[in-house]
Design a protein around this ligand. Structure first.
Ligand SMILES: Nc1ncnc2c1ncn2[C@@H]1O[C@H](COP(=O)(O)OP(=O)(O)OP(=O)(O)O)[C@@H](O)[C@H]1O
Ligand SMILES: [Mg+2]
Length: 238
């Protein structure tokens, strides 16, 4: 093994220190993140749980560079996100981070396949056929690839969204309640797919969920309350 490869495997995928995020002012002031320190190892599958309003989405958005914390620092591997200019942050997000929104966020005029390969188009790169084939294979959309989102079930749409987040093999995939709108069968399929991407591809996944059954697919469960981490459990046997 080369020194570079060794360094890579020992570096965290994502690390945050002293994250604070405050919304509003005066009576409307909300401390959404109140000093969060957290590290996500490469190839780990972490669930983030906690009551509504505890800061889960805020944390994911800050870690993914979709929002900026008021204080604290965030690293993606060796790259510090905090302090990057907007254009550099946009490029980094596009090239190295996958995000699955609760509401799918698919483009209605594009087919399933075009939605999946969109990150390559946005980056001005040719879609890597092997990568596309690999994700399409696991999401098992089969003959639905030419369909538009309105012609797909909720579960199929969410699988397209997950395939799109994974297709560039990002350093980390953040998924905010990816099973929130799915029934138990579709949820199990999607979670199995995320689990497979961790086990077979070494993907790093951080997923918000309210559902203990969904969290059971993860190796680690981090609990937030009032903007701070109140519990952090790694599963025995993983
Ligand atoms: N844009 C905003 N402006 C003002 N307050 C906000 C904004 N976004 C979030 N908040 C507040 O910050 C706190 C954390 O919100 P966040 O969305 O991170 O919670 P959450 O844990 O994801 O909740 P849920 O489980 O309901 O999705 C909440 O009190 C929320 O009202
Ligand atoms: Mg949320």
């Amino acid at each position: 093994m080369t020194m570079t490869a060794m360094a890579d495997t020992t570096t965290a995928a994502v690390r945050a220190a002293g994250l604070r995020k405050i919304y509003g002012a005066g009576d409307a002031r909300v401390v959404a993140l109140d000093g969060v320190d957290v590290t996500f190892a490469r190839g780990g599958f972490t669930a983030i749980m906690g009551p509504s309003g505890s800061g889960k989405s805020t944390l994911m958005h800050c870690l993914a560079g979709l929002d900026r914390p008021d204080d604290g620092r965030i690293w993606l591997g060796d790259t510090e996100l905090t302090g990057l200019r907007d254009d550099a942050l946009t490029a980094l997000r596009r090239d190295r981070i996958g995000f699955v929104f609760q509401s799918f966020n698919l483009l209605p005029t594009l087919t399933a396949l075009e939605n999946i390969t969109l990150p390559f188009d946005l980056a001005g790169r040719r879609a890597d056929p092997d990568a596309v084939h690999a994700v399409v294979d696991v999401v098992r959309l089969g003959d639905r690839l030419g369909h538009r989102p309105s012609q797909l079930s909720g579960g199929q749409q969410q699988r397209v969204a997950v395939a799109r987040a994974l297709v560039t093999r990002p350093d980390v995939v953040f998924a905010d309640e990816p099973t929130g709108a799915l029934d138990s069968v579709a949820s199990a399929e999607l979670l199995g797919f995320l689990r497979h991407s961790v086990d077979a591809l070494g993907q790093t996944v951080v997923m918000v969920t309210h559902d203990p059954a969904a969290a059971a697919y993860a190796d680690r469960v981090v609990h937030l309350a009032d903007g701070t981490i109140v519990a952090d459990r790694v599963k025995v046997g993983n």
